[in-house]
Write a protein that binds this ligand. Sequence first.
Ligand SMILES: C[S@@+](CC[C@H](N)C(=O)[O-])C[C@H]1O[C@@H](n2cnc3c(N)ncnc32)[C@H](O)[C@@H]1O
Length: 251
Amino acid sequence: MDDTQIKEQVRERYADIARQKLAGKPSSCCAPSSAETSCCAPSDVIPADLLTTKDALPDDIVNTSLGCGTPLEIAQVQPGETVLDLGSGGGLDCLYASKRVGARGRVIGVDMTTDMLTLARANAQKVGATNVEFRHGELENLPVDDNSVDVIISNCVVNLAPDKDRVFREAFRVLKPGGRVAISDMVTRLPMPEIMRANIASWAACVSGAITEKEYIEKMRAAGFVGVDKVAGGENPLEPVYSAKFVARKP
Ligand SMILES: C[S@@+](CC[C@H](N)C(=O)[O-])C[C@H]1O[C@@H](n2cnc3c(N)ncnc32)[C@H](O)[C@@H]1O
């Protein structure tokens, strides 16, 4: 299985989910069955401080989330900032970020799956968010200018990328000096066995592409990030694959 084949499978999987969601069908999970560990437990995907009536989003939009956490809770996004969401899916985190940055700020979501972009744009239109745009592109080759972003967020996506080094190098390129990264992602307690790596269905379900926390941190540092830290996740030693949160910044 080469990188192109992995990406093709991942794209097909999320296109299928997006089409179901666009058709109003309940497709709440990226895993094919609940028996499979996945990124998309419908747990807490709403940042605690955005649970107010004023900032609430409609349930049907919240339900488009395929995330594994709340990167915005650790991103400390400020009014007027530019936020980039890597693998924006149905756009939930972008829409929450749009409330944080306000009219003077802007939010860019990037996703490689056209149907996901359609879903995200429909969601943005539904709530009248005008400071958000969704761009078609790959994390490995971001359609974003150098040194142009204040904050990068990402929710359950980097694990799906076959070339994570390149993803982190691209993230580093587009961040302004001093810019921050806040990521929720699936990681493993032990290195993933090769036989699991070859399971494409499991890869697309956010399991087989996951790497250990240590590798994750090393790869971010190798890309040039400083202050790289895991700030949550992995508390239950019985979970072999779990959601963790990472922060970092560009010097
Ligand atoms: C598990 S979903 C998460 C979506 C969203 N972040 C959320 O929290 O709901 C993964 C998303 O990442 C996108 N994706 C996966 N690999 C990607 C890549 N290499 N480049 C761009 N998008 C990618 C998929 O198309 C899909 O929309």
